[in-house]
Design a protein around this ligand. Sequence first.
Ligand code: DGJ
Length: 759
Amino acid sequence: MKTWKLDTKHTSYIISLTDSGHLEHLHYGIRLGNFDLGLLREKMPYPTGLVLDEYNPVSLEDLPLEFSTYGKGDIREAMVEIETFDKNRVSDFRYVEDRENSVETSLLPSSYGANKVLEIETTDMHSGLTLTLVYRVFEETDVIVRSCILKNDSDEPVIVHRLLSAQLDLNRNDLIWRSFDGHWGREREVHEKALNAGILINDSKTGISSNRHNPLIILRAVNCDDQIGECYGLNLIYSGNHATIGEVNAYGKSHIVWGINPHSFAYPLLPGESLESPQAVLTYSNQGINELSRHFHELINQHLIPQQWQNKPRPILINSWEATYFNFNEAKLIKLAQTASEVGIELFVLDDGWFGRRNNDASSLGDWDVNTKKLPGGLKRLSDKIHALDLQFGIWVEPEMISPDSDLFRAHPHWAITIPGRIPSMGRNQLVLDLALSEVQDYLISTFTKIFSSAQIEYVKWDMNRNLSDLYDGSHNHRYMLGLYRVLHELTSHFPKILFESCASGGNRFDLGMLAYMPQIWTSDNTDALCRVAIQDATSQGYPLSTISAHVSAVPNHQTQRLSPLETRFQVACFGLLGYELNLNELSSESLNSIKQQVLFYKEYRNLFQFGTFYRCSPSNQLNLTDWMVVSDDKSQGILMHFQDRAIANPTTQIIRPVGLNEETTYDFSNRPFDIDIGVFGDLINMVSPIRIKPDSLLHKAVRKMKVLHTEMEHGTADGRSLMYGGIKLKQSNVGGFNDETRIFPDGASRIFLFKKSE
Ligand code: DGJ
């Protein structure tokens, strides 16, 4: 009996061929050594439900399979559904042959560097179409990447209604389905529900992967958390409409399919043509979600992002958006850049507003000529001046869009996605260019090749600020994606030295498809530290810190009006790709000095923050606290952030428990010192002041300037074992008195602790 066993370091994925020619899924989970086929196979001498019995009785309703199709007794959600010329949607694919390492080049974004590739070819008994399943095995990262290719080998055209990328059938019904949902400014809120009788769908119909439902899904056993237990991770290397559909069948087996959203999907295939599904990512851990995340992180860092950015340190940037919005000129930008350079920032990014008549968001997308009223010397002169300040230079673009009020629209109205005779839906006053048209793709490639060559540009922020609507037909969204991927491939390979950052109104397209071309993504327009803790924590479950762009912005925060301490804004942004996005010239000299220290600190530990192994290690009994940790590969260094969203009066002891250190190694640890504004005490300052100081009076301000408090210091030496399992009890906070032995820890406070192998 033919059997395929795909092993990674800690997992096995096992398939076997039934006598009927179906591909039975035997196992996905912990790695098996010698296994007994007889034990793993389904026994169905008297199958219930409908039966296919030309060879041996088989009940497709309940047999765990590599793919389900519609109409022969398998009543679970299908992975593949095709309408043949006679309007029939029933298909019955059976095994033909299998081969290793023979995948053709693809138009879709792809993982690379698999240790092994297996292809299994099947054919439909009814139409003669060929369906090839592809499995890529990543041994070290414990990941299996699946995809499939459907070829119309018949003499008639067909319509593909479903071609999902992967299916996972499991002999269990005890899983919790974790999804990452939200909206603008609230990206990737974590929700959980039981995967049980009935159907759960996580999908996007927005035309892009979306902030409404990220393609990442985690299935965890009830007793699994970040540190322990069994879990499965699913994702998709794609940026368009996606769906993950999960159900538990009448026999208590879980069945999950994921890929391009079948909703409204209808893709015509002429004889001889093929359709390839995007690649689906699958991983498993029996050691909790931190370990599952690590698999995703390594896949992305080592096998997905453009190779030239692998392990390449990313610069600390200043972005002009929240500093100036549309209201700038060359002098203002240079002033900002000057201060940025003085505090040690490395890259200046000119955001929206530098082209056409773009003084607000009502016009000019498509008119990519420099606005010489704002920048008389063009991008070239600005870039030269920025470089003279010892900074790199980057720009913002939004190539996929067109403003109805633009010369481009007036010249090519049919380039915008609209349905003739109907009024199109608008988003941020703009329409979407039809990237399914090759003339539009060519136009974008040549326009942006010119722009990116017009000055010394080291970084590009590629934005995309509305969802797709008014698509013509069921294949349009996918054809748009293929066009987009062609444009991205051409431009990013033509400019391999430019660091591209993907953005879509913040994190509206935070997905593996975009990461295949651009190694980092603007995580959210919400830069409030407290909100960012939740957003980055959730994002980290599927995506590494090297992809998570994170900026320190002004207070009151522009999205929430919250006041968070500057040091917390920084310490949260440290766990990602650090940037600043505020008018540095409006800050006090004390704040600028703090930023100088922050930049120095981040530079010293940049590799750890961007490429270290990341762990979520929040104390499980205190919901107002979040702890994160990064550890170097050799485990000689680690950094832990301890964050508190809400202060509690007379609180219980706070204990930090580092994760990921070496049990036997001895570490010195201490917290990162910084200054605390005595303003946090308000009126209480009078408890120690010899004269009465009225809060907010000139005297109060003067005293705040002259007298700063230093953070408490906590340090010690211990081995990894006692640090990780015994923990470190922190000094008391928020009690009646205050001295060196207490911790000032109001709402939004945080501390960073450094662990270094003792000499
Ligand atoms: C949306 C992005 O998320 C912002 O950072 C900024 O670039 C604006 N677009 C500019 O229009």
